[in-house]
Design a protein around this ligand. Structure first.
Ligand code: HEM
Length: 548
């Protein structure tokens, strides 16, 4: 056997060395065995260094992808119960080390940050430069230089100035609900997750690009809505984002990337030339999207520094920062500026929309929570007084608890990807350089030791200083991640969700529509979403009409 393997290996390495007298059947057998050995080595090499980390047996080639496709991210909670807080999960050929305990997450995200500072690059992102050049996937020195440059744009003083922009989008979303609430009961249904996504996308359009996408306006039919270019941009963005699939339902090159990464790029190049394949569509869409973003950047560059100073959007601010020094100009080339700006749509719209719609869905099913929330928003003041950023921080403590609990109940990013840049020790296991270490905030959120009766929606568990809060580990609730790589958009998202909920609950209450399944079915792409949307009915609160 050993000599066969050696012969096969030699055949593959240096076929001309074979004795010319070898019979063709020996040659065939050698090639076959050599091929099989090489395949085995290819598929098992990444797991070898992690063989001591416990985990369920993996199916050759696809690993545990079928489990993920069948059960979604709930599977990680089940596996954590069986294998402990650190276990192996095979995303096709690629093994992940899942970390599902608060103290260990702190170890990975904070204490050993220097050795685990980057994110692993999942197959769906591998073919798109636009996705790779944002903050999320850049690495090492480039990441820290970019993050240090843009972090001031996420600071409270900058965000406070975005309140009028956010509020104008919220008011338009309110008009859509107003129409539903005024309609005969059979028409009072609102697809709330769809509306939340339009709202969050419009907010990002203004805050990141300084462009009104007009999606909520079109839904309210009060304005002409998005112009053709903006509408096309959003369509391309939605197509590009929904093609990013982590299970086996993506394009052929993405599926190959999951099971045999070496084949992904050649397959993508080949299939991108074959019209009507999923890869052809994705490559074309991503190319168009990239060109569109770069055109927006170029237009804003041409507008000049003075014109940009007048604007509050992220793109203008980044271009102004870039003009400050030669180093910045080298760092922030137009492709990186475009990717950083586009990243807002990717990282900040579906996540914020999901958070808003899950909070309203959960409140709609819990009258005692709704009563406390209405009491708090009513005490704020006259109906059309708009809260400032400071008001949102200090005058709505119960709303704060509701949002935290909604984010625990439905964790929009149940997994957070990281990768080791050198050998590390985590939880008693040695993890070699290049290991994909993924944190599992979705599992932490359902840990009964940290959140008693985790299946109950109970915002009071987040009341400042309460017994449960005091006993809880400081990193048990990390929906925005942790450490230097934590989400910079946290305040942005919370400001928007709170502003929307204050506006809506001062005017309406919501009930779960009988047209919606219960419990709601979730699906997992890059983040969690409601498979069939959140359907609610809206009712005016007594004597209160919307003010425009
Ligand atoms: C409810 C809404 C949101 C949730 C739940 C969320 C969650 C997350 C999580 C879990 C991470 C990874 C953190 C880590 O690795 O420790 C992250 C990263 C990131 N988020 Fe958010 N996010 C939200 C909204 C936003 C918004 C509105 C923006 C932009 C305006 C944004 C921009 C980013 C960026 C740029 C990163 C990458 C940071 C880096 O690698 O340095 N996110 N987010």
């Amino acid at each position: 056997m050993e000599s066969l393997v050696a012969a096969a290996a030699a055949t593959v390495r240096e076929p001309w060395l074979l004795p010319c007298c070898a019979s063709s059947s020996t040659l065939l057998a050698s090639c076959f065995v050599g091929g099989a050995v090489m395949l085995l080595v290819y598929f098992y090499a990444p797991s070898w260094g992690l063989r001591r980390v416990p985990g369920p047996p993996a199916i050759p080639v696809v690993g545990h992808l079928p489990l993920l496709a069948a059960h979604g991210p709930d599977v990680f909670g089940v596996l954590a119960k069986k294998y402990g807080p650190i276990f192996r999960f095979h995303l096709g050929r690629q093994p992940l080390v899942i970390v599902a305990e608060a103290e260990l997450c702190k170890e990975v995200g904070i204490r050993q940050f220097k050795s685990i500072a980057n994110r692993s690059l999942p197959a769906p992102i591998a073919g798109s430069p636009l996705h790779q050049k944002g903050l999320f996937f850049t690495r090492d020195a480039r990441w820290s230089a970019m993050r240090n440059t843009i972090i001031s744009l996420y600071q409270p003083s900058h965000l406070a100035g975005l309140i009028p922009t956010m509020q104008s989008c919220v008011v338009r979303a309110g008009e859509v609900i107003e129409e539903a609430a005024s309609a005969a009961s059979e028409h009072s249904n609102v697809d709330f997750s769809d509306l939340s996504l339009k709202l969050a996308t419009d907010v990002i359009g203004q805050a990141a690009f300084g462009v009104d996408f007009g999606l909520t306006a079109a839904a309210a039919a009060t304005h002409t809505g998005a112009d053709d270019e903006a509408a096309e941009f959003i369509r391309e963005h939605v197509h590009s984002t929904t093609s990013l699939k982590m299970d086996l339902s993506g394009s052929l090159s993405i599926v190959l990337g999951l099971i045999a990464p070496a084949l992904q790029e050649p397959a993508r190049r080949l299939l991108s030339r074959v019209p009507a394949t999923a890869d052809w569509r994705i490559v074309r869409t991503n190319e168009r999207l990239r060109a569109r973003v770069e055109a927006i950047v170029a237009r804003r560059e041409r507008a000049g520094r003075e014109a940009r100073r007048e604007r509050r959007d992220f793109l203008s601010a980044v271009l102004n920062a870039r003009d400050g020094s030669d180093n910045m100009r080298t760092l922030l080339t137009p492709d990186y500026v475009g990717a950083l700006t586009y990243e807002h749509l990717l990282a900040g719209s579906a996540t914020t929309a999901f958070t808003l719609s899950s909070a309203v869905y959960l409140v709609a099913g819990h009258r005692e929570v709704e009563a406390k929330l209405l009491d708090e928003v009513d005490r704020f003041g006259p109906l059309d007084a708009v809260p400032t950023a400071d008001d949102l921080d200090h005058k709505f403590p119960y709303l704060d608890q509701v949002i935290k609990e909604a984010m625990r109940f439905y964790t929009v990013s149940p997994l957070i990807a990281r990768e080791t840049s050198e050998q590390v020790e985590i939880g008693g296991y040695t993890l070699p350089k290049g290991t994909w270490v993924w944190l599992a905030p979705g599992v932490l959120a359902r840990d009964a030791a940290q959140f008693p009766e985790p299946g109950e929606f109970r915002p009071e568990r987040f009341e400042a200083g309460c017994e449960e809060e005091r006993r809880r580990h400081a990193y048990a609730h990390v929906p925005f991640g942790l450490g230097p790589r934590a989400c910079p958009g946290r305040r942005f998202a919370l400001q928007e969700a709170k502003l929307a909920m204050v506006h809506l609950y001062r005017r309406f209450v919501f009930r779960r529509s009988p047209r919606m399944e219960s419990p709601p079915e979730l699906q997992f792409g890059m983040v969690l979403s409601f498979r069939r949307g959140v359907k609610l009915t809206a009712r005016h609160r007594l004597g209160r009409q919307i003010t425009r």
